[in-house]
Design a protein around this ligand. Sequence first.
Ligand SMILES: Nc1nc2c(ncn2[C@@H]2O[C@@H]3COP(=O)(O)O[C@H]4[C@@H](O)[C@H](n5cnc6c(=O)[nH]c(N)nc65)O[C@@H]4COP(=O)(O)O[C@H]3[C@H]2O)c(=O)[nH]1
Length: 850
Amino acid sequence: MLEMKSFERHPKMEIPNAEEIRQRKDFLEFTAKDQALLRRYRHRLPPCAHTFVRAFYRHLGRFPPLKQLLSDPARLQRLRASQQRYFRILLQDRCNAAYIHDRLRIGEVHHRIGLDLKWYTGVYAHYLIHLLPRLWRDADLDDGTREALTAALIRKVFFDMGLGIDTYVEADRHHIAQLKTFAERVITDAPCGLAVTDSRLRILSANPQFAALCGTESLAPGTRLTDLLPVPGLEALCADLLLAQKHHELRFEHAGRLLQMEIAPIDLGDLVAGSEHYGLIFSLKDLTEQTALETLSQQRGAHLKAVLDNIPDGILVFRGDGTVASWNPAAETLLGYRGEELQGCDIGKLLLQQRYRPLFAHQLLQHLWRERKQHLEAFGQRRDGALVPLEIAVDRILSSDPPLYLAVLHDLSERKQAEADLERLAHYDPLTQLPNRALYLDRLRLELVRARRHPHHLAVMFLDVDDFKKINDSLGQLAGDKLLQEVAQRLCHTLRESDTVARFGGDEFTLIVTDLDDAEAWRPIAAKLLEALQQPFRLDGRELFVRASIGVSLFPENGADPHTLLRHADTAMYRAKFEGRNRVCRYDPAMEAEADARITLESELHRALERGELSLVYQPQVEAAGRRIAGCEVLLRWHNAKLGTVAPPRFIPVLESLGLIGAVGEWILQTALHHAKQWRQRCGELQLAVNVSSVQLKDANFAATVLALLQRTGFPPRALELEITESTLMECGETTLANIDRLKRGGVRLAIDDFGTGYSSLSYLHQFPFDTLKIDRSFVQNLHHNRNRELARHIISLGHTLRLDVVAEGVETEAQQEILRKLECDLLQGYLFYRPLPAAQFEAALRQRG
Ligand SMILES: Nc1nc2c(ncn2[C@@H]2O[C@@H]3COP(=O)(O)O[C@H]4[C@@H](O)[C@H](n5cnc6c(=O)[nH]c(N)nc65)O[C@@H]4COP(=O)(O)O[C@H]3[C@H]2O)c(=O)[nH]1
């Protein structure tokens, strides 16, 4: 409880007015005569003030509360002096305004120093006890004077005592008024509603806040609290509280507001007339806003938590000493920690600027202490030790004291992976994972620098898988891809690790073979590469045989810069292809001329048909027995102004590769059918043999085109024989088969050409519906060897067994003719009989046949 003296201030005592003084004196019957009497006899009552005051204060000092008051020597001295002065003026003063003022002041001083009224009034008793006996013992005074003086002295002392008592009363009145004001202000200005009721909940007093919270402007005393606040069970609750002398707190809604009420019993004693001993005090608070704010803050907290829980970035809050204070679930996932494991963890353990540099966390903190924001890339170290690339944004949480720091960890793994993928894509072939052109050129540049500094030879090799396109077409692209991957592996295993195998695309591999001691050292390596590829490949349960052509250019002999070396290796590779594939060719400057020639050939060939440079010749096929012309083989000729006459083996593969063979083939067939039809009309029966390239047979429309031409020209299909080479059959796909089947059903005859040059697989003879078998020229030319003769015998008899006509081509000598005749070959073709003839000459020869 607050000590009320702390706000007590002594009032300035008003001097009673003259009327008041007069009244008091009248009441005491203290007259001017009395005052005059006292003045006149003041010398007869000389108090030995000094002795009296000493004895008096000794007496006072015997009482503990007074002893303490008088313990201060200075105060004691002042009081004694004041006392002595009073004795002087008591008898002589005229009780005027100054006197009265002095009396009141003395009273105030005594009240202020805490001298209770009982001691104060007691002092006056001591005066009288001390003065009166002196008066009565004075023998010079008559009884009347003695009596009159006694009465005057008592009246004066009581007058003075009354004034002193007034100061005490006034001070207490003032104090009580202060207390009342204080209590009223406390209640009125209280930050909550306050009300006091009697035990039956009748309001005795309430502040305006209470009334306002009850929803009313003023409260009439006696109003029942339950009428204002109809809170269920309130009455019973209050009765219980009164009984148990306990206080209670409850919340309820009233008039749309949430109120909190505290109830406590209050001892009213006899303060309130008619009330029982105990009443109740109620304090009422409006929690509506506070609760709304709390709810809002809780919601905000929940939202923030939801954001932090769901944010994909990890968040670490750490202290100034670098230890983790809090974190979100994403941080746990990112760093591989669970539950409370991150609590107190040192961020030096969790965040590294570079691999194995834990000092980073310390530096980071130093930066932060200097109030610098940080935004940097670093590594997070997971619990299992693995490193995660991170982008970290670190800042100080401004409101925190002691300081806290926030680190937002953004996982860069995907971005880094994407960058690495891009980097890989920029430098590596995605199919084989070999370096691509860019990386290859880079390495070649470096290797050339090295080869110059520590002189040694270096080989650039171009390796092309022979006939890869056929494999791809027949087995499908997936198998083709697998094959390329296996080829890549074999090449890598064959070379040293310091060498480079790259793929620029397609079926071309490009190699750098370094540290060659001399200009021939590349040969065994190239041979080893071919050998490695010759081992069969197993693809989807099939065995596949692969050949390759390799072109080689050497540093320093064939070039000193990457592009020259590559160009020359490319030229050499084309040479290897041209020479029949499955071989290695080293660059030779002469090849450049060949390459140029090939380019010229290609460009001239493009316009050969439209320029009318193509023509046909017909080589007669004669009956082995009587040399009678039975038919002819049509052969293509090309005469170009720039190149002169070009042989078919040179330009027909180029026609095929340029995609011109379809159009040219159609022109050949159309022209030859046109001629042969006329010859049949003019000279009788005649078989026409036409060469068909494998490329033509792969065209799905080929058979339809042939049959349409036959129909258009009216040439009998049985008189047309299409010559298909063994190599065409070797790469026979579904379209080729369909064409063969359709032609056969259309009545066209089929011949297997160049029999004996390829694999001479007899299975083809069984597999395909041939009518004729053509023994190759190279075979015929070696008939003088017994072995070949025996083979020819077998082939012819086999052909006959299969009901095939057998034609031998390239017959140049009588001896050959004789042998073939004896072996019962059906038809012969060769320079011995006729060279291929222009149409007019062929017709003349036909006419001669007779
Ligand atoms: N040394 C020698 N050679 C003889 C003899 N008898 C015939 N020849 C030649 O042997 C080749 C026979 O044609 P091929 O085997 O179908 O071989 C043909 C054929 O594969 C292809 N070819 C020629 N014309 C055509 C054509 O119109 N279409 C297609 N697709 N290929 C053709 O070009 C190849 C070469 O044709 P050519 O140079 O005309 O050469 C012809 C012919 O001139 C002989 O007694 N001695």
